[in-house]
Write a protein that binds this ligand. Structure first.
Ligand SMILES: [Mg+2]
Length: 257
């Protein structure tokens, strides 16, 4: 695996402290139709644990999931977490504080929720403190036209309600407050005192973070069958979740030497 080896050597040459930041679904956990059943393989969890404890390095997970949903997949210690696409950024060991929405935003989310419950009952719905995500991956496997229609309707309604629309490969998400993974990664990079960063992600929503990482280290795009469009030109390519796992395992081994 010469290509992975070259990427690994480039990672090891980055200035330290190095922040290793990773998207979760489709990057370190294989995509499954039901996001509740997704898991991070044990071998990858061991690599992450080693990276979290490595000297002059830091680890961050940056995901669209809510904190409770991420907590079902990992209980790592000493890591940064950005959940809800950057809506909430937590330093190692930091507990989330209370977050309030202004009444108009809360009402807009409630109207979106009403539409979801009446028109998108067959979709997988993620309810987050400040957003509602409509996932259509399972529907698309049986009825692509219906999946596309649902995405279009969710998109239009969210816009009409003045909510921010996040667009993923099989996802439309209505958010009360605008965030993205790029701003989350920037915040973690600055607060952690890292001198360089590696980020890997597989979806459109990861592009801002991939681009930030390319400017301050290395940004990587994880390829998949359901890929839409070209990855950012600045991105290194990883071929699959397995490829990413192999890179992290080698990095975890070498970074402590
Ligand atoms: Mg992903």
């Amino acid at each position: 695996m010469t290509r992975l080896r070259t990427l690994l050597e480039s990672l090891l040459e980055l200035e330290r402290p190095l922040l290793v930041a990773l998207d979760v679904d489709g990057t370190i956990s294989p995509i499954v139709a039901d996001p509740d059943l997704a898991r991070i393989p044990d071998a990858t969890l061991s690599s992450l644990e080693a990276l979290a404890g490595a000297p002059r390095a830091g680890l961050a997970l940056i995901t669209g999931r809510a904190l409770s949903s991420l907590a079902r997949m990992e209980q790592l210690e000493g890591i940064w977490r950005a959940v809800e696409h950057g809506g909430l950024v937590l330093a190692p060991g930091q507990a989330p504080g209370p977050r309030e929405l202004v009444p108009e935003r809360r009402e807009a989310l409630e109207l979106f929720q009403h539409w979801v419950r009446t028109h998108a009952r067959d979709a997988f719905i993620e309810y987050k403190p400040q957003a509602i995500a409509v996932h259509v991956r399972a529907i698309a496997a049986k009825d692509p036209a219906r999946a596309a229609r649902l995405l279009g309707e969710a998109d239009e309604l969210a816009q009409n309600l003045g909510l921010h629309v996040r667009r993923g490969k099989a996802l439309r998400e209505a958010e009360a407050v605008r965030h993205d993974k790029g701003s989350a990664l920037t915040e973690i990079f600055e607060r952690s005192g890292a001198r360089s960063v590696f980020f890997a992600g597989d979806d459109l929503t990861d592009f801002p973070a991939i681009e930030f990482a390319a400017e301050h280290g290395i940004g990587a795009f994880v390829c998949s069958d359901e890929q839409r469009g070209a990855p950012p030109a600045s991105a290194e390519l990883l071929q699959s979740v397995d490829d990413t796992a192999e890179l992290l395992a080698e990095l975890a081994k070498r970074i402590t030497l």
